[in-house]
Design a protein around this ligand. Structure first.
Ligand SMILES: [Zn+2]
Length: 197
C-alpha cells in the first residue's frame, strides 16, 4: 500500500477508538473532499491550541480563558457538579436544567487501567471547595454508574465528607447501572438530576 496513505492512516489511529480500518475510511473520505475543505480542516487542527483550551477553573472547553459557564455570574455559585469528561458536561448542559457550576475530573478512578486518583483533577477540586467553604455548597457527583464511576464517587465522598458546609449528592437514579452519562437521553438525565440524593 502507498506509504503516504499509510502515514496519514497512522495519524488518524492516534484518535481514541479509531482502529486501522476506520482510519483508512476517514482518509478515503477526505480524498473525496475538495481542496478548500481540506485546507479548512487542516487549519482548524493546526490552530486548535491557539483558539481552544481548557478552562483553568472547571476544565470545560473554552476560547482561552474562563469557559462560558464560569463566566456566567447568573449561574448558581453554590452548586458544583462533578463529571468525568467534557462530553458528560455537554450532555447535562443540553438538558438546560442545571444552572450551577461544573468540575471535569478528566476520567474516573480505575487502577486496573492505571488511572489513579492522582491523575484526576482532584487537587483543583479541593481548592475550589476550600474557596467555597462556608457558603453551603452542594457537591453533585455525576460520575458514570459503572465500577470506575462508583469508585470515584466513594472517593469523592470520603474526601469531602468532613468539609464544613458541603452537602454531597449523587446523580444516579434513572441511569441504568453500567451505562454512560454521555449516551443518556435528556429525559433520563432530567430524572437523574431531579432525584439526586
Ligand atoms: Zn469553566
Amino acid at each position: 500500500m502507498n506509504t503516504k496513505f499509510k502515514e496519514i492512516v497512522k495519524l488518524f489511529q492516534k484518535l481514541p477508538g479509531v482502529g486501522p480500518r476506520q482510519a483508512a475510511r476517514f482518509v478515503i473520505a477526505l480524498m473525496n473532499k475538495p481542496e478548500e475543505e481540506l485546507q479548512e480542516f487542516g487549519n482548524a487542527v493546526a490552530n486548535l491550541h491557539k483558539e481552544i483550551s481548557f478552562c483553568p477553573v472547571c476544565f470545560n472547553i473554552s476560547n482561552n480563558g474562563l469557559c462560558a459557564v464560569c463566566l456566567d455570574k447568573k449561574r448558581d455559585q453554590t452548586k458544583l457538579l462533578v463529571v468525568e469528561k467534557i462530553t458528560d458536561l455537554d450532555s447535562i448542559e443540553r438538558t438546560g436544567l442545571y444552572k450551577g457550576l461544573y468540575h471535569v475530573l478528566g476520567g474516573a478512578i480505575n487502577p486496573l487501567d492505571g488511572l489513579n486518583p492522582e491523575m484526576l483533577r482532584l487537587e483543583e477540586l479541593g481548592k475550589r471547595m476550600d474557596n467555597l467553604a462556608g457558603k453551603n455548597v452542594e457537591l453533585i457527583i455525576a460520575t458514570n454508574p459503572n465500577t470506575a464511576g462508583e469508585t470515584t464517587s466513594h472517593y469523592l465522598r470520603d474526601l469531602f465528607k468532613n468539609k464544613k458546609g458541603v452537602y454531597i449528592t449523587r446523580l444516579a437514579r434513572g441511569l441504568s447501572s453500567g451505562s454512560h452519562l454521555e449516551y443518556a437521553d435528556e429525559i433520563t438525565l432530567k430524572h437523574a438530576l431531579d432525584y439526586r440524593k
